[in-house]
Design a protein around this ligand. Structure first.
Ligand code: ADP
Ligand code: MG
Length: 345
């Protein structure tokens, strides 16, 4: 009798991670936090070290027919730095590992590294190592980032309490809509290669998709305002999914208001053009790399004049009630519909 084969897509990404890591325990006293947050936390003297790693795969995370290699290099660093910012920490070092097929020339790899260098300079992180190998099918980039924060300033996913205010930075949904525009122009181009892409009108959205920025500025602004978030996460999979992570890890419920969810006007108009609901794009789109965090009510006035921090709701003590209150005052349950690479492909 052969054993039954289980498909990974039945479990999903998080189910798989839980399954394969459940028998591992932390044995070193320096391993303060392992799997489950935006970064691991390691004791190292007065400060704690923060470590996170992310892999980008051609054909899954990026399509080189419209993603310039320089932007890709920049993004690979930015999304990792974002995971350190999501712990309220500062990134200091990165390692970059590459797998390349023979389709890539020296010039192509140098272009990729120009983007990596620009990001390292912008975020003030040092490239300290990596690994290079060959691949049979396309490009793989794996980045590990190391950051630092004083123990008392680290913001975990698990610290939110009832009545805490939910804050999000910037605007949401634009990166997803940028991807829709790029995908549409690619199809137009494939149908008729003489057609020139028409993306001028969507420059903000395309920029948000191709060149996301980690909100390291917010970590400094919070420090200046003397606010330590009670919990924090970065918005990589969409606002709804990230809110549910904060809810699950913290054991409290989420209430957000539809009319407070920040959506840029270009994103709003483009969503309508694509027959999509702008707020749904913000909730489920992903790849915005904004910071989502909670603060104590007492801290509200310290940051409520910040032009790029939006207070969108609050936490409450019924942890299974995670809702958005619509403009018509209906309560809509929040659902995680972020990316599931196993299901998509
Ligand atoms: P993020 O969305 O911040 O990139 P992930 O969803 O990739 O985080 O991962 C969730 C958690 O599981 C993280 O703590 C990550 O380090 C851990 N993790 C992911 N894949 C693995 C793996 N193959 N083995 C061990 N830990 C993993
Ligand atoms: Mg993250």
């Amino acid at each position: 009798m052969s054993e039954k084969r289980h498909e990974i897509d039945e479990l999903g990404e998080f189910g798989l991670i839980n399954r394969i890591t459940k028998n591992f325990t932390l044995t070193n006293s320096t391993s303060l936090t392992g799997i489950g947050d935006d970064a691991a936390v390691i004791a190292a003297g007065n400060d704690n070290l923060l470590v996170s790693t992310d892999m980008l795969i051609e054909g899954i995370h990026f399509d080189l027919s419209y993603v310039p290699l320089q932007h890709l290099g920049y993004k690979a660093i930015a999304v990792n730095v974002s995971d350190i910012a999501a712990m309220n920490g500062k990134a200091e070092q990165v390692t970059v590992s590459l797998a390349l097929s023979n389709r890539f020339s020296l010039e192509a790899v140098e272009t990729l590294y120009n983007g990596i260098k620009a990001a390292c300079e912008n975020y003030k992180v040092d490239l300290i190592g990596g690994d290079t190998t060959s691949s049979v099918s396309g490009l793989v980039i794996s980045v590990t980032v190391i950051g630092r924060a004083p123990a008392e300033k680290i913001a975990y996913r698990s610290g939110a309490k009832a009545n805490d205010i939910i804050c999000v930075t910037g605007d949401l949904g634009a990166a997803f809509l940028g991807l829709q525009v790029l995908e549409r122009e690619k199809q137009v181009f494939l149908a008729d290669p003489n057609m020139q892409p028409n993306i001028e009108k969507y420059n903000y959205l395309v920029g948000r998709q191709l060149k996301p920025e980690a909100r390291t500025d917010i970590v400094f602004d919070l420090e200046d305002a003397k606010v330590i978030p009670t919990s924090m996460i970065d918005v990589s999979d969409g606002l709804a999914s990230e809110l549910l992570h904060l809810s699950n890890h913290s054991g409290v419920g989420v209430r957000i208001y539809e009319d407070k969810v920040p959506v840029d006007h270009q994103a709003y108009e483009t969503a309508i053009e694509f027959n999509l609901d702008p707020v749904t794009c913000a909730l489920n789109g992903g790849e915005d790399y904004e910071l989502l965090f909670t603060i104590r009510k007492e801290d509200q006035e310290k940051i409520n004049k910040h032009p790029d921090i939006h207070m969108i709701g609050y936490m409450h003590d019924r942890k299974s009630e995670n809702v958005m209150i619509t403009k018509q005052n209906n309560f809509v349950p929040l659902k995680a519909q972020g990316w599931n690479h196993f299901k998509e492909n």
